[in-house]
Structures are given as C-alpha cells and as structure tokens.
Design a protein around this ligand. Sequence first.
Ligand code: TXA
Ligand code: MG
Length: 336
Amino acid sequence: MNAKIITDHQIAASLLLAGKLVSFPTETVYGLGADARNLAAVKEVFSVKNRPNNHPLIVHLASIDLLHNVASAIPDYAYKLAQHFWPGPLTLVFKKTAAISPIITGAQDTVAVRIPAHPLTLQVLADFPCGLVGPSANRFGRISPTSAADVIEELGMQSSLAAVLDGGTCTIGIESTIIDCSSGIPALLRHGQINVQQLEEVLGCKLAQHASTQRISGNLKSHYAPQALTSLATHAEIIEFITRFPTKKIGVISLQEPLESHNQIVQWIYAKANVASYAQNLYRNLRLLDQYAPDYILIEDLPQTSAWQAINDRLKKATSKIKISDLLADGTSAHA
Ligand code: TXA
Ligand code: MG
C-alpha cells in the first residue's frame, strides 16, 4: 500500500498544494482530490481512476463567495439553491470561467460545483480559491467509497495517491444530486438524497428533465457496479433461486431477515426499509458481498416511490447485466 491514512487537514492541504492527490471525505462519498489549478494533478486524477477524459469532474469549494472564481452567468435561482442546500449533497452546473481548464470539464463550457458538508474537508478547501476537483475515489464504473478503508481498497496501490484524509464513514452514502443551472431553466441531471420535491419547493418552479447531451458518467447504463453478476429480485424469487441452486454462492441484500433454514453458503444482508440507512450502507453492503466472491448478488426490489428514487437509480445501474427472471427460466446459466 502506498497511500497513507491521515487525519490532519493541514497535512492534506500541503500535499495538495504540492500537486499531490489526496482523497477527502464528504457527507456523500469520498472524493479523489487535486488542486483545480494544477493541470498535471488534474490529469493524474483521470489516470488513477482510469476515467475517460471526456467525463467532467466536480469542483469542490469552501464557500459561496468563491463561486464567481469558477462559475459565470449564475442565475438567481441557483443562488436560491446554493444558499438553501450548501454546504450539502447538491452539485450545480454553470458556465465556467477561464480559471477552469477544459481538462476538468471534459472540453465542455460548463463546470459542476459543490460545497460539501464535511468539517475536515471544508478546512482543506479554505486553501484553494479555485477549489479541488473531486470525482468519487473509485476506479471508473465501480462502487463509490464511503470510508477511508474503501478508498484504500479501490486506489491504495496507486503510487500517485499520496494520502487519504480519514473523516469517518460518510453519513449519506450516495453521490450528490446534480442540477444543471447553465440555462434559464434548472434541470435535474442526477438523483441524490436531496429530492425533486425539496428542490422544487425552494425553486418555486418545476425542474426540467435532464439534457441527454451532457456527459454524466452516472448516466452510463452499467455503473456503480459490483464485480459479481448482480440482479434485482423479489423476495420470493430470491428464495426460489436459493432453493433451486443450493451449491451456488449467493450474496443477498434483503429487506427481510434470513430464513433459519438458509444454506450455509448464502451471505444474507438484512437492510432495513429506511431510506437514509439503506443509502448510507448500500455501497458498503455491495463491497462486503463482493469480498465474499459470490456467483451472484441478488438485491430485493425496493418501493418505487420518490423517496427511494436515488437508490433505485443506483441499483438499476448496478444490476444492468443480468435478470433474475432469465436465471430462473434457464437453470443451465445459473449452473454455468
Ligand atoms: O457526491 C458527489 O458528487 C461526489 C463527492 C466526492 O463530491 N462526487 C462525485 O463525482 O460523485 P463523480 O465524478 O463520481 O461524478 C460527478 C458527476 C459525473 O457524472 C459527471 O459527468 C458530472 O458529475 N459532471 C461533472 N461536470 C459536469 C458538467 N460540466 N456538466 C454535466 N455534468 C457534469
Ligand atoms: Mg463517481
């Protein structure tokens, strides 16, 4: 392991000022930080994540006063959102200023900005007038890390990650809501803990549908994905699968407690049907199941209500490769 785990925000800031990469904690997930003014460091972020260079990075700032350094043509409605939700799990997209390199924005003329609600990281950010770029600190397409240990698991062997600033376990556990504020009408680009209803209440108007032209890596069909083949399933389908394929190693995330008769090789995680705790533990649970190296991970369907939308969105992408109905219809593929 190359990266050190540190807890001193001053050490983190000095490493970043020296052009090194440091992973930082936020309330959503851990970010992979670099000084937004240091283009060599920014390029290294793409390379460490193995992220295509046309997938733009979020710039994290310490305060709203710094917004004009990185963003221009800021509409009044965006100030309303910023003042209400920052620091917090909301990212706003604006026209960029000249201080923000097209390398950060994937050659687009817009920049995504967020003030995260984590005291340690806010202290680090205070030293960066143009902010820190910070994509989630995972390899491209994989599960975002929600603890310092998860970052080490994802990127610890990368020589250019100097340190992970340990700020404990993320309290929210899924990535920020993203709103495009670069035109006259605010548009939702990514669901998150802050939901449409809360945003529309503050805005006093409806949000537009997201513009499909924008490159949102979370918009790829398969994203946030565990290594094991993963499917959504009803509780009954999970039980049927376990019963029909007793020799398969299966990981389960269910809203119900395991049956006592379950086979030894089923790794069953009971996740309560509470949106906040489900989100906080989701990526941790997927990581735990992946470590068990199961043949399949089966995740019990969640309610299709707006409160669960951000989580359902992640699960849809994590489960895009297989369908339980196909596995149950074709016994041979489950034995393969
Ligand atoms: O909660 C979060 O947002 C975390 C923490 C670390 O702040 N960050 C995060 O970064 O999730 P990342 O890179 O994994 O996801 C950022 C998303 C991507 O889907 C990217 O395409 C989108 O933001 N994005 C960045 N700049 C954009 C822009 N100019 N226009 C539209 N989307 C943009
Ligand atoms: Mg990400």
